[in-house]
Design a protein around this ligand. Structure first.
Ligand SMILES: O=C(O)CCC(=O)C(=O)O
Length: 320
């Protein structure tokens, strides 16, 4: 048992449900004050994503670019064209920073960590923010939540790290979800590994309801060791993971899932803490985003989760 926000949580039973069904829900973890602080901080990030998204420049084009552009437009079919253009600029910029090195595989086989994606979908009303800044106090608190860490470590080992923290706001009257398993499983051949490589931990920032886009999952689908086809629509045996704001939903990334259709007039928001085993390549490298002064103010636990002493390659000889 563990007490968070004045509640006793039966961790053993949460872990058992997770193992069996592939997901579990713990209600009532965030206080009204936490939620208020979280919503304010998230709205700032969403606003910045809309008005001044990361757009550091461009790079030379390459013969593969037409195929990459077509792939992004097909995968993210509700993203505004200007947003796909931004993802393409970012892809070319990153490639230029990497001495123009192209990927040796076709775009559909490129690890998703490497490929910028449109972060506005739903014809403009859905917003994603990746690498959410852990220097925002409420985000740091969510990442370091003792219950969350206990669960993540019990699944991925005590040395697990953060792969990414992201925020999403599923826009009103949208249906932009496609069934998937998470990175890096989408790139792996079947059968998928039996041990979990990554774990998704989702803080519900609004009530998750059937109508507003609560995540859809297929219980026990992780046991199939297979991947769903990347497409929308309904799946036999799917269930909606519903719960009040302030709840925590956790699922194995091998569980088939997608955001639901939002048929309401309001967005459905979530803060997602995605953990991976220490030897899996994380989605985001937070270290360059954190100044030495900011790092000093963080706890060693948070610094480690963000990749300090974890993501760096330290076995280099030190000489070229
Ligand atoms: O926000 C959601 O409902 C689901 C998010 C999702 O699909 C994911 O984390 O991979």
């Amino acid at each position: 048992m563990m007490t968070t926000a004045g509640r006793s949580i039966d961790i053993a039973s949460a872990i058992e449900t997770l193992g069996m069904d592939g997901y579990t829900l713990i209600e009532g973890l965030l206080s009204p004050d936490d939620l208020e602080e979280l919503r304010t901080a998230m709205e700032k990030q969403f606003q910045r994503q809309r008005s001044a998204p990361y757009d550091p420049g461009d790079g030379d084009s390459h013969p593969d670019d037409a195929q990459i552009d077509e792939y992004l437009r097909q995968m993210y079919s509700t993203a505004p064209s200007s947003e796909v253009d931004r993802a393409m600029r970012l892809m070319r910029y990153n490639r230029a920073q990497n001495h123009g090195t192209p990927w040796p595989v076709p775009v559909e086989s490129v690890l998703k960590n490497f490929l910028p994606r449109p972060e506005i979908e739903g014809h403009g009303s859905t917003v994603y923010v990746g690498s959410a800044t852990p220097t925002v106090p409420i985000f740091a608190r969510l990442l370091e939540d003792p219950l969350l860490l206990r669960l993540a470590r019990s699944v991925l080992g005590d040395d697990c790290v953060l792969s990414d923290m992201s925020l999403n706001s599923i826009g009103p009257h949208t249906d932009n979800g496609a069934w998937h398993v998470d990175v890096p499983l989408g790139q792996l051949p079947e059968p998928l590994p039996e041990i979990p490589l990554t774990l998704q931990c989702v803080w519900m920032v609004d009530d998750f309801t059937v109508e507003n886009g609560a995540t859809r999952v297929v219980p026990r689908s992780h046991q199939s060791l297979k991947k769903p086809k990347w497409k929308g629509g309904e799946m036999k045996d799917e269930v909606a993971v519903t719960g009040p704001a302030g709840s925590l939903a956790i699922w194995f990334s091998s569980l088939w899932h997608k955001p639901g259709q939002n048929v309401t007039d309001a967005p459905r928001r979530a803060a997602l803490c995605y953990f991976c085993r220490s030897w899996v390549k994380p989605y985001s490298d937070f270290r360059p985003l954190i100044s030495p002064e900011q790092a000093k103010k963080m706890s060693p636990t948070l610094r480690y989760l963000l990749g300090f002493s974890a993501n760096a390659l330290v076995r280099n000889s030190g000489e070229a």
